[in-house]
Design a protein around this ligand. Sequence first.
Ligand code: PXG
Length: 289
Amino acid sequence: MKIWLDGELVEESAAKISVFDHGLLYGDGVFEGIRFYNGRVFRLEEHIKRLFESARAIVLTMPWTQEEVCRYVVETVAANEINDGYIRLVVTRGSGGLGLNPYLCKKASMFIIASTISLYPTEHYENGLSVITCATRRPAPAALMPQVKSLNYLNNVMAKVEAIQAGALEAVMLNEQGYVAECTGDNIFILRDGVMYTPLVSDGALDGITRRVIFELAAKLGVKIEERSLTRYDLFVADEFFLTGTAAEVIPVVSLDCRTIGDGTPGPQTKRFIAAFKELAASTGTPID
Ligand code: PXG
């Protein structure tokens, strides 16, 4: 496997970063997860724009332009000769001394991995997931800005631990006020009486790229969609429930905290959105050539 690291495509065994890198020492950095389908990178420019916004929010100077980063992503995928897969792009603050001061790090580092990812076993895409609500809260905007895709995912990792310990594969995370934010790496959508709802970004949902795609598809499919504060009750009584994310794609949820959602099988609108998402992902994007 070829890894893009600070301007060079190197073998995986040579892709090394310093133990003094602040990404490792302090989780000081940002990342993106991007998918490619059929030799095309899905929503590449949107991902890179969000990456630059995350970097700006944490005062991390990007030594490359957005156009350059898009080109490096395409080059990395091309060098690995794969048509379908997952890109992990990580920008760290770079190497500095011990001590938090980010201004002592001279230059950001970036690496790009083009590989594959499978978040949930395939049978759950057909039959749906059972999820739980976890005790770990999504941090407030004044703590760890939820809009920043930073390298601080410990909170989400702890939520994932809770899910797995409870025999589930995913956890619903609430914000400090008790409103639904999102899952550990996916946005939440429900359908009730024909209307689709998703938590507000201001309630701690990431402004997910797949979430944005669902809004576009809802307009195309004639489904009314609204952002609003949601409680666990809203999820319990939903007719349909699904999750979205670059890694997760679109996956139905059929049970939450032992309450059956709808009739316990993936709902008809969910299936429509899954099909529409697949079609869009397979037919659009930045060509790898
Ligand atoms: N919420 C969080 C906290 C995320 O990290 C999403 C929602 C979905 O957003 P997108 O833009 O992908 O539709 C994410 C996405 C990984 C990995 O291991 C990354 C994410 C999710 C799961 C796994 O690379 N990020």
